[in-house]
Ligand binder design. Structure first.
Ligand code: GRF
Length: 215
């Protein structure tokens, strides 16, 4: 039997991306084994999704720790008990310390609701509307020390509709995320996509640009 990539998912909230990953793994579509769902928020609905799917859960509240480093050390100690090969950030609303990123170097994925390098940070949907952009979307990327700036793996893009509100756009982008995040995580799990020398490699070749899919 093929060894599946042990994957920890980190959430803070509703966890719709987590659900998309659970569903894709449940269909047998991905070379991933979801070994733990971790949250910094005990009320995150994603924890219930995980329990329902029979995935172990863990929770450590950041406000119980005096600073980012000590919280991150506690998270590392907790996660490492599950021996994850890969960490998937799915709406995890904490900035990671450099030592956390170093500890899991090249093994952390994030999804950001914008076509990076455009619009790092928050309120991406409104910023896209305000700028009058034609295209918007979401990006799956490896996490490095620099926020929202690690090597990009896969982008899902869609055309902004005239008169669309930020809320409407957010919902459409979220639906795109539910396709691209399981797909990209599966690529990393199967070894199709790798983090090497600070870059994203696809099928053994260094990729300058992410794979782009239009929806
Ligand atoms: C997603 O929109 C993702 O882009 C961002 O956080 C959100 C998580 O949503 N990083 P959910 O909890 O998966 O519904």
């Amino acid at each position: 039997m093929v060894r599946r990539c042990k994957t920890a998912i980190l959430i803070s909230g509703s966890g719709t991306n987590l659900q998309a990953l659970i569903d894709a793994v449940g269909r047998g579509d991905l070379a991933l084994e979801l070994c733990v769902v971790f949250s910094n928020n005990p009320n995150a609905f994603g924890l219930e999704r995980a329990e329902k799917a029979g995935i172990p859960t863990a929770c450590i509240q950041h406000r119980d720790y005096p600073d980012r480093e000590s919280f991150d050390d506690a998270v590392i100690a907790e996660l490492d008990q599950f021996e994850p090969d890969l960490l998937v950030l799915a709406g995890f609303m904490r900035i990671l310390s450099n030592r956390f990123v170093k500890h899991y170097k090249g093994r952390i994925l994030n999804i950001h609701p914008a076509l990076l390098p455009n619009y790092p940070g928050l309120n991406t949907h409104q910023r896209v509307i305000d700028a009058g952009d034609e295209w918007h979307g979401s990006t799956v990327h490896f996490v490095t020390e620099k926020l929202d700036a690690g090597p990009r793996i896969l982008q899902g893009r869609l055309k902004v509709k005239p008169g669309e509100t930020a809320e409407q756009l957010a919902l459409r982008v979220q639906a795109v995320e539910h396709h691209i995040y399981p797909q990209a995580a599966g690529w990393v799990g199967s070894g199709k996509v790798e983090f090497r020398d600070g870059h994203c490699w696809v099928d053994g070749k260094q990729a300058q640009e992410p794979v782009v899919q239009s929806f």
